[in-house]
Design a binder for this molecule. Structure first.
Ligand SMILES: Cc1cc2nc3c(=O)[nH]c(=O)nc-3n(C[C@H](O)[C@H](O)[C@H](O)COP(=O)(O)OP(=O)(O)OC[C@H]3O[C@@H](n4cnc5c(N)ncnc54)[C@H](O)[C@@H]3O)c2cc1C
Ligand SMILES: *[C@@H]1O[C@H](CO)[C@@H](O)[C@H](O)[C@H]1NC(C)=O
Ligand SMILES: *[C@@H]1O[C@H](CO)[C@@H](O)[C@H](O)[C@H]1NC(C)=O
Ligand SMILES: *[C@@H]1O[C@H](CO)[C@@H](O)[C@H](O)[C@H]1NC(C)=O
Ligand SMILES: *[C@@H]1O[C@H](CO)[C@@H](O)[C@H](O)[C@H]1NC(C)=O
Ligand SMILES: *[C@@H]1O[C@H](CO)[C@@H](O)[C@H](O)[C@H]1NC(C)=O
Ligand SMILES: *[C@@H]1O[C@H](CO)[C@@H](O)[C@H](O)[C@H]1NC(C)=O
Ligand SMILES: *[C@@H]1O[C@H](CO)[C@@H](O)[C@H](O)[C@H]1NC(C)=O
Ligand SMILES: *[C@@H]1O[C@H](CO)[C@@H](O)[C@H](O)[C@H]1NC(C)=O
Ligand SMILES: *[C@@H]1O[C@H](CO)[C@@H](O)[C@H](O)[C@H]1NC(C)=O
Ligand SMILES: *[C@@H]1O[C@H](CO)[C@@H](O)[C@H](O)[C@H]1NC(C)=O
Length: 657
């Protein structure tokens, strides 16, 4: 493949630690790049794997075979494609311990072989420790626990529900499940390049884990080599940045490990605002933005992927590139909205920033007990749907929860009438409390006429960060007791009276069927900006007025049959929302059983996305459930579940076993 790398100059030699292969730990050279349209490289990005370094490795190891394991992909590996099942620990082809040791040395000691997070709860593991286990069990739903661990993910359903702590375990076993075997704790481009090359050349399954938030387990994989991007935390603010697409203005460059709360805080320090999600700990510069990224600011400024001016990426062949609207423009197009884990590992993104913006938030809820009865409750819900078009067009956003039961998630039994609607929270950017109040008045008048009691709590800050921080506390994640499905509800589902009525009845029916709804009223076409046309954001987002996540639930001890039955019922039930108009589903918060998945997640972009996947990752170095090209592979799941239902099994080309 031709890699017109930005002009590079070797400006420093390599460090020396390794006794046998001196000069090669870490295996990297320092390169400084000069390019227009993209900001300077972070220090970690200047440390790269080069042909020169590989040449030295070849000389030092006096053997082609060893050094070949770390070499770049070439034209031949593109044209002579033979896809095989990925290897697992214990296979004859699994790299020897000495190869892993060499790999660690080349990485400068950044290779981890992590124990399972909950292994302290299980006597057969050396980590067994009752006190630590107790601690883990108490904190298991704290996302920070899973983010800070090299392999743990927040929806362990996809890792086979193996090795769960007490209170969350459905069996009493702790096996490796769908978790990676080795992890590169990445801090430089060179480490990422070495890992990508090693995985490609040795036919290892490769995983990229950033925070592990993904709802479909896209950041796990049985027996894989994982690249952990969490510690790529660099941040730089540019008061004026000239991008390749003609944008001239303030911008921020973020290492791909930067999370929402960190980006928001940094933006506040520089008196600007960035587009990020409501979720406090989500990987803003990772899977979130790559997959599109919806935000409390989307109704104003569009999707997170729309903000991207440049990305720095290690591609599947191991080369490090900069992608902008002009340089590697096809890669730029794909990575801005086409999802994580497709053709490369992003090491940083550069995004637009906006001026500081005053923001009001409103939080309130009512349950059936706060109303004269169920009929009034549902009329109150309906009145919300009746106002959504107006609220979105005014530039607002809300995160709402609808369901039954005191637990306020799911129902205790079908037919349960302990209903709740929780507006947690509504965000009115660029509005005062008085303006927000008057915007909401027609809806609140209706609630008042229905005799519904509710107490809206208003909060105003002169900047987005403070309002967001007040309105969105860290959410609980980590159990394996839910399955979600998504539908982007188009304008028609609110504008047209008959369709809106069906939309309302569907909301009601979801709860009657034992599901709950976590919905967002927002649109992906910001009213203060022109939507970009050169990225892969699902076009349905531009017509969306609500992203509805419908949730099916079971308990920790439910067997796989129950899990499967509830999941299938949810997938099937979603037809009620699919029937509200042609649209799609949000890939980052959706159902991997979605029928016609590629169309729902990627829309008209899919043929081009798939062609680019073939072009830049012909052998399938990258794989994640539901990611572009995932349908060409299958996970031979070890749990009593259909293929590709989770990550607990060998990864094979579809049709090969
Ligand atoms: C509590 C919670 C709140 C959420 N809030 C929002 C929200 O407000 N708005 C919204 O749009 N979404 C939200 N999400 C969904 C979120 O966008 C997805 O979970 C997303 O996948 C998270 O990306 P991550 O990098 O943090 O997670 P990970 O699970 O680590 O990664 C997700 C995917 O991206 C890939 N990936 C990550 N980093 C890279 C990289 N540098 N290069 C290549 N591939 C990479 C991974 O391999 C994986 O396939 C939320 C999720 C949760 C659990
Ligand atoms: C292509 O792959 C096949 C099967 O692995 C191999 O036998 C053949 O030599 C390869 N051809 C080239 C040109 O590398
Ligand atoms: C383990 O810890 C729990 C909680 O502290 C305690 O109740 C239990 O007795 C402990 N078990 C053992 C075997 O120490
Ligand atoms: C329990 O967790 C807390 C906070 O994470 C930590 O400070 C403490 O050391 C832990 N205790 C044990 C026994 O692991
Ligand atoms: C979650 O864990 C983090 C880090 O240990 C801690 O700062 C935070 O307070 C915890 N949150 C909750 C709700 O316990
Ligand atoms: C989890 O494991 C413990 C320890 O063996 C066992 O007592 C319990 O039944 C299992 N299930 C749950 C839900 O705790
Ligand atoms: C990973 O690397 C970071 C620094 O980049 C370091 O702080 C952290 O402790 C490392 N984690 C592990 C588990 O080694
Ligand atoms: C911060 O930004 C706002 C809005 O752009 C501007 O009015 C204000 O003067 C700025 N404050 C500082 C300290 O730069
Ligand atoms: C915010 O409101 C002010 C005053 O009404 C207006 O001039 C400005 O354009 C608004 N900004 C955005 C991003 O909508
Ligand atoms: C619901 O609103 C009431 C005030 O009306 C508040 O006291 C309560 O904490 C809220 N409940 C939730 C779950 O937000
Ligand atoms: C958990 O769910 C299973 C299957 O639905 C059911 O048999 C069991 O009684 C439930 N356990 C609890 C504690 O609710």
């Amino acid at each position: 493949m031709k890699t017109p790398l930005i002009c590079l100059f070797i400006s420093a030699a390599v460090a020396a630690v390794l006794p046998s292969l001196t000069d090669l730990s870490p295996a990297a050279a320092t390169l400084t790049a000069h390019t227009v349209g993209a900001p300077p490289l972070f220090t970690g990005e200047t440390i790269q794997l080069t042909e020169g370094v590989l040449h030295k490795l070849r000389e030092a190891s006096k053997g082609e075979s060893l050094s070949n394991q770390f070499g770049f992909g070439n034209e031949q590996s593109r044209t002579n494609i033979t896809r095989q099942c990925k290897i697992l620990p214990g296979d004859p082809a699994w790299p020897s311990q000495s190869t892993w040791d060499l790999f660690d040395q080349l990485l400068g000691g950044r290779l981890l072989r992590p124990s399972l997070l909950a292994s302290p709860c299980y006597a057969e593991w050396p980590e067994f420790n009752n006190a630590t286990c107790y601690n883990l069990s108490m904190n298991w739903l704290n996302s920070s626990l899973h983010i800070g661990h090299p392999t743990s993910i927040m929806n362990p359903l996809y890792a086979g529900r193996s090795c769960m702590p007490f209170g969350f375990n459905y069996t009493n076993t702790c096996t490796e499940g769908g978790y990676p075997a080795y992890v590169v704790n990445a801090s430089t481009a060179a480490q990422v390049q070495l890992a990508v090359n090693f995985a490609r050349n040795s036919n290892l399954r490769l995983v990229v884990k950033n925070t592990g938030h993904d709802f479909n387990g896209k950041s796990s994989g049985k027996g894989a080599l994982s690249i952990w991007t969490h510690w790529l935390k660099d941040k730089v603010f540019y008061p004026s940045f000239a991008a390749d697409d003609g944008y001239v203005g303030p911008a921020m460059k973020l290492g791909s490990g930067v999370q929402a709360f960190e980006a928001y805080e940094y933006a506040k320090q520089h008196n600007v605002t960035v587009v990020g999600g409501e979720g406090v700990t989500v990987g803003l510069a990772g899977g979130y933005t790559l997959g599109g990224g919806h935000s409390p600011l989307s109704s104003l400024y569009g999707m997170a992927a729309d903000q991207v001016l440049a990305l720095q990426v290690v591609l599947a062949d191991g080369r490090f590139i900069t992608a902008t609207s002009k340089q590697h423009a096809d890669i730029y197009w794909m990575l801005c909205g086409g999802g994580g884990s497709t053709i490369g590992v992003v090491t940083s993104i550069t995004i637009k920033t906006y001026p500081q913006i005053p923001t009001t938030t409103v939080t309130f809820n009512f349950t059936a007990n706060d109303t004269p009865g169920p009929t009034a409750f549902w009329a109150g819900v309906e009145s919300y749907l009746d106002n959504i078009e107006r609220l979105v067009d005014a530039g607002t956003y809300a995160y709402y929860d609808l369901g039954a039961s005191v637990a306020e998630r799911g129902t205790t039994y079908p037919g349960d009438t302990d209903y709740y609607l929780r507006i947690q929270s509504l965000v009115a950017p660029n509005m005062t409390i008085a303006e927000t109040r008057s915007l909401l008045q027609p809806w609140f008048d209706r609630l008042d006429r229905l005799g519904i009691r509710y107490t809206p709590q208003y909060y105003y800050a002169n900047n987005f960060h403070d309002a967001w921080k007040f309105a969105f506390p860290q959410e609980y994640m980590g159990a394996a007791t839910t399955k979600i499905a998504s539908r982007l509800l188009p304008r028609q589902a609110y504008h047209d009276d008959a369709v809106r009525q069906r939309n309302f009845l569907a909301h009601k029916d979801a709860v009657a069927n034992g599901f709950s709804i976590a919905g967002f009223h927002l649109t992906g076409k910001g009213r203060a900006v022109a939507p970009p046309t050169n990225n892969a954001v699902l076009p349905a987002w531009r017509e969306t007025l609500t992203h509805a996540i419908v949730i099916g639930q079971w308990n920790s001890t439910a067997d796989w049959k129950t899990v499967e039955r509830t999941s299938s019922a949810l997938t099937k039930w979603m037809q009620a929302l699919r029937d509200l108009g042609s649209s799609g589903a949000y890939m980052s918060e959706a159902d991997l059983l979605e029928p016609d998945l590629t169309d729902a997640f990627y829309g008209v972009n899919y043929p081009r996305l798939h062609a680019l996947k073939q072009r830049y990752d012909p052998t399938g170095v990258f794989f994640a459930l539901t990611a572009v090209g995932a349908e060409d592979w299958t996970v031979l799941v070890e749990d009593p579940l259909p293929e590709s239902w989770n990550n607990n099994g060998r990864l094979c080309p579809r049709g090969v076993k």
